[in-house]
Write a protein that binds this ligand. Structure first.
Ligand code: ADP
Ligand code: MG
Length: 450
């Protein structure tokens, strides 16, 4: 037993170089080595989800890591820690396995059209329209019917509400309409990195020319252009060229143009020169309709009460709705029990989040940064205290939805403007600093699992 624990610890620490902290915490936490049999290592995993993830995404890394300490190992066998579900899980049919594969590999690069960058899975056929996205949808249709009627179209919303789906659906529709239009879809971070490479190779003019030649240019998540001066400069030129040629530009962002910081005024005014629409949150009935349609697409069966439970509890993100649906399908297929599904969904539904106390958040963040809560509540401006304090403020605001003044009070009577500033700062850091984002995910994981 002891030997197994030591082996697992060694394997974990050698995986640290290869796998992000967030992934390690999420997928490798509740694992034990059961047995080593000839060339096979048997490990126990908490559920079928973890098994599929490890098998699909990390098996190669895992075997390599084991081989460092036990060179004979060639193969891994997973058992689910609860014996009965191990037998059940063998019965999982192919359809469910495909579903799990879908979530395990959400981005399948080769399915994208290499020239246009579009993913053909996003169409209007599987885009559900409700009051929350009606205007954005109407603008899209208008562009299809009367090219140039809206130019640029600027769509904004929070995450997971269908911007990418809608933008790509427009592109796919144009490509499929045999109008022989040159369409390009590009996420802004990719655009930016192309510009950086082009600057290095003195190829900026070529890039400007290439992008200026598209009939339809779709740029996703334009907020990433904030503060990137050269990219803004290039995009400004491309934008003007496309408009001059009477061609179409479609843009998405997580916020309206006026809320994008460090955006050149001339670009902002270009963005505001067309139509700005937002996608809001779907209402309960709309969420239920989305779930019903997605269930039909996937060809699964679930009791209505489960759909209603999901629709009631997941309110702000269509991707999460879909994730909950898939998870429910898998659990229901194994367990045939609403209660079991409910339990499995608890960690992704928003309700339990509200029950987390501010004290708990303070304690976990302080532990993470190795400082005392007394310091965080004090007035000190020491750098190693300021960041954790801001993280706490951000978490209480964005995850627990406390008001700015009440957060101020809980953190040793700070002013609400200080709290507002902290939330902005941390939000920006999350978007720009990948290492920080990973830390933040670990903190989040610890808080929700505490
Ligand atoms: P965003 O780009 O706003 O973050 P996405 O377009 O990536 O959101 O949408 C997240 C997920 O939800 C995708 O799987 C997408 O297909 C699905 N989705 C979003 N809006 C709709 C909709 N109106 N109808 C059907 N599926 C949707
Ligand atoms: Mg998107």
């Amino acid at each position: 037993m002891e030997a197994n624990i030591n082996l697992w610890q060694s394997v974990l620490s050698s995986l640290e170089n290869k796998i992000s902290k967030t992934n390690l915490v999420t997928w490798f936490r509740d694992i034990d080595i059961k047995q080593q049999k000839n060339n096979q290592i048997i490990i126990s995993v908490p559920n079928i989800f973890v098994r599929e993830w490890l098998h699909n995404k990390f098996e190669k890394d895992l075997i390599e890591a084991f081989q460092k300490f036990s060179p004979n190992i060639k193969d891994i066998k997973y058992v689910i820690s609860k014996p009965s579900s191990e037998i059940e899980s063998q019965k999982l049919n192919k359809k469910t396995k495909n579903l799990i594969n879908d979530i395990a590999q959400p981005k399948i690069e080769f399915s994208q059209n290499r020239l246009s960058g579009l993913n053909p899975k996003y169409t209007f056929k599987n885009f559900i329209v409700g009051e929350f996205n009606q205007l954005a949808h109407a603008c899209a249709i208008s562009i299809l019917k009367n090219p140039n009627s809206i130019n640029p179209l600027f769509v904004h919303s929070g995450v997971g509400l269908g911007k990418t789906h809608l933008l790509e659906a427009i592109g796919n529709e144009i490509i499929n309409s045999r109008r022989k239009k040159k369409v390009k879809y590009i996420p802004c971070p990719n655009f930016t990195s192309q510009i950086i490479t082009a600057i290095r190779n003195q190829g900026i003019e070529k890039v400007v020319e290439m992008y200026s030649n598209y009939d339809v240019l779709i740029i996703d998540d334009i907020e990433f252009i904030a503060g990137k001066e050269r990219t803004q400069e290039v995009f400004f030129r491309v934008f003007n060229n496309i408009k001059e040629n009477d061609n179409q530009i479609i843009i998405s962002s997580d916020r309206p143009p006026k809320a994008i910081e460090n955006l050149e005024a001339r670009l902002r005014s270009r963005f505001e020169g067309g139509m700005i629409v937002d996608i809001t949150f779907p209402e309960y009935e709309e969420r239920l309709a989305i779930l019903e349609q997605k269930l039909e697409e996937k060809g699964g069966i679930l009791p209505q009460e489960i759909l209603e439970f999901i629709a009631k509890n997941i309110k702000k993100n269509i991707r999460e709705l879909e994730g909950a649906l898939i998870r429910s399908l898998i659990i229901f297929e194994q367990e045939r029990s609403f209660e079991k599904v409910k339990k499995a969904l608890e960690e992704i539904i928003s309700e339990p989040k509200k029950r987390i106390s501010a004290e708990k958040v303070i304690q976990i963040v302080c532990d993470f940064y190795n400082i005392s809560s007394r310091e965080v509540l004090s007035k000190t401006r020491k750098k190693e205290v300021v960041l954790p304090r801001q993280v706490i403020m951000y978490f209480l605001r964005e995850e627990i939805n406390l008001s700015l003044p009440s957060i101020g009070v809980k953190l040793g009577n700070k002013d609400h403007t200080t709290v507002g500033y902290a939330c902005e700062k941390v939000g920006e850091k999350i978007r720009k600093d990948v290492d920080f984002l990973k830390d933040f995910e670990v903190i989040k994981e610890r808080i929700y699992n505490s």
